[in-house]
Design a protein around this ligand. Sequence first.
Ligand code: NAD
Ligand code: MG
Length: 398
Amino acid sequence: MTQSVCIFGVTGSIGQSTLKILDRHPDKYTLFAVTAYSRIKELAQICKQYQPKIAVVPESKVDELRTELLALGVFDIEILAGEQGLITVAESSQVDIVMAAIVGAAGLLPTLAAIKAGKRVLLANKEALVMSGEIMMQAARDHHALLLPVDSEHNAIFQSLPQNYLNIERNGQPQLGVSQILLTASGGPFLNHTLEQLHAVTPQQACKHPNWSMGQKISVDSATLMNKGLELIEACHLFSISEHFVTVVIHPQSIIHSMVQYIDGSTLAQMGNPDMCTPIAHALAWPERLDTHVPALDLFTHSHLDFQQPDTQKFPALNLARQAMRDGGLAPTILNAANEIAVAAFLNLKIKFTTIPEVVEHTLNHVQNGSAQSIEAILDTDRLARDVAHQFVASAGG
Ligand code: NAD
Ligand code: MG
């Protein structure tokens, strides 16, 4: 029998890589539902090719999708709309596996709905976990959802940790002989830029990552190192470990995807060619393995691996994220919201690249932190932080 899959964000970079894996394994997986926010023509083509039962788009795109599907001769797909449509699919008893690959805070409620419905949830949408932290982790435990990391570093850490590490008691200490997590970072396209040069970089340059091909938002995050900051917070929650035990290591070749150190002096690493199909296949099939098109790593062609400390003067975003994790409560929610606004403003040429961390810092300083006791509190603070960040962007850009 095949397992039934829903892909949130099917038109995105992670969504497309997930389809590649499903293409290879039609005997194991069927696509039940797909969702997209834009690129409706592409979504319609995906519907024609894979014949899912349901497609979800924003309310404003329903007619466009219906027209595109009719033009392609596709008549038997149910179209659902908006956030409620996403939640309906996440909760459907006909879905076994949810790929959470929407970008940003928009993925929070649908991802949480899938977790509360006890699904196997493949988490690419790191912003959702950064925003909601322990609420999401607790929901996974309460509802026996299997929350598996797709982010390449976290997937590597998961592979290098002792079995069952996702389910251990939460006390912030490394356990089962683990001493430290080494979170690797490529350093992004501007690793060797001077601060002067950073002031002048364009969105186009920021979106050209040296090793990975990704959506625009995460590409900019990689360039500012905020991606590593978000990943630091993600790791703390996923692996129940305080930020104190997570060290960021710049490794420009992206061959080692992260490491775990043990009290006996061992360091375990997961390595491979940088292709998201590997962690996606791993999360889909765990504890089994699926073959992918990703070629085996040839160490003779990658005979030189470099490691260095991150430059937090040039890339202050990393320290902002670490401090937000230390402060706890709603600080990561504020950090994430401000960053989303700042990245969008940079992509729209409203602010400079180096203003992005300034927007985040300003917002963290001007929105009251508090306890993240409920999703309502998180969503309220997310909205407030976006307002504050918008105002700062208007003054910084204007
Ligand atoms: P992307 O921009 O390529 O795709 C995003 C998808 O989300 C698209 O299908 C889009 O239609 C949908 N979407 C966007 N806004 C939406 C909204 N408001 N409501 C509903 N759907 C919306 O992004 P991506 O690179 O595939 O990244 C997706 C997520 O995975 C991000 O959280 C990113 O940080 C994470 N991630 C990506 C990579 C990668 O290699 N691309 C690696 C690790 C983690
Ligand atoms: Mg990553």
